[in-house]
Design a protein around this ligand. Structure first.
Ligand code: HXC
Length: 283
């Protein structure tokens, strides 16, 4: 088959690439989740964000809606990812009001700093339940809609729906003091995504992980920053690129994975941390 040079040129970064698509995001009222959804809405998608806090989730949905006039962004509060039924109800409402689900971001997470000696069994389980079981539940609740979306577009070279991104961390690559609970849960999230990529790839689903490093102005970094600052002397200076990340660098990674650029990316862990995971003692 003759290939023209034009075939190598991707022009995916343009308005409207996610027209008529719907993204469902857990933890969507958080700084990173809302930025990811904002970027997709700006490029044409409608969205449903879910979270535990009713007011915060609804308010954030309104803010995200300003990313594109005419967009439809649903904010459903009172949803705890540890409870499959509450997720299923939210999915039902999302599909009823927005018509389906093409992309999923499993972003809900729980975190606190604690030494292993200070972790009760319940404390450890709580984080595993939110981060790992919550990610599993998110896929469980949305799987049928992702499969339906993937089957809508038979042309594999154009952007398809049926994609899920799990939000992880880099802590478990080398271990992280005071984060045994989170590291353990996120190692499971990476493993879940890899297995899902193999089992559901044949059904057209792409499953990938984004592992952010320290990202400025986020709750996660806020919770851990005293340690990071102590270790590096200056915020982010120990990262190979010399700084912490900015939120937009995570939303850009998300657009990459959901757009045509990510068509052949499946079972991948995309680390977005300035290279810090290569020097784990500096994270
Ligand atoms: C030790 C703690 C603790 C602490 C809670 N626990 N905080 N143990 N040190 N600092 C224990 C409690 O004592 C209890 O155990 C158990 O954990 C459950 O606590 P609850 O408060 O009942 O749980 P819950 O209300 O469900 O709240 C979950 C939570 C909370 C994870 C504890 O912090 C939360 O809701 N977080 C959501 C927001 C969040 O964490 N965002 C940050 C995500 S950022 P006992 O035995 O007493 O019953 C992120 C990425 C970071 O994850 C990346 C940075 C680079």
């Amino acid at each position: 088959m003759k290939v023209s040079k034009r075939d190598y040129i991707s022009s995916v970064w343009r308005d409207g690439i996610f027209d008529d698509r719907v993204v469902f995001c857990t933890g969507g009222a958080g700084t990173i989740g809302s930025a990811q959804v904002c970027a997709l809405v700006h490029l044409g998608a409608n969205a449903c964000i879910v979270g535990r806090n009713v007011e915060k989730t609804q308010q954030m949905a309104v803010e995200i809606g300003t990313a594109r006039p005419g967009s439809r962004v649903l904010g459903i509060g009172g949803v705890d990812v540890r409870n499959l039924q509450s997720l299923e109800k939210a999915v039902e409402r999302c599909v009823g009001e927005l018509g389906g689900i093409d992309y999923v971001i499993a972003g809900a997470a729980g975190n606190f700093l604690a030494p292993i000696s200070g972790l009760s069994s319940n404390a450890f389980q709580t984080v595993v339940n939110i981060d790992l079981i919550g990610s599993f539940n998110t896929f469980k609740a949305t799987a049928d809609h992702l499969i339906k979306s993937a089957s809508k577009n038979p042309n594999p070279s154009s952007t398809t729906g049926g994609r899920i991104v799990f939000m992880s961390t880099t802590f478990h690559y080398a271990g992280m003091p005071f984060q045994a609970h989170v590291s353990s849960a996120k190692a499971g999230v990476d493993a879940l995504s890899a297995s899902l990529a193999l089992e559901y790839g044949p059904r057209g689903i792409n499953s990938n992980v984004i592992s952010p490093g320290g990202i400025g102005n986020t709750e996660g970094l806020e919770r851990l920053s005293s340690k990071a600052t102590r270790d590096t002397g200056e915020a982010g200076s120990g990262v190979p690129l010399g700084r912490y990340g900015v939120v937009r660098e995570i939303s850009d990674a998300t657009v990459y994975l959901f757009a045509e650029t990510g068509n052949y990316v499946n079972g991948h862990v995309l680390v977005v941390d300035g290279g810090a995971w290569r020097m784990p003692e500096l994270v």
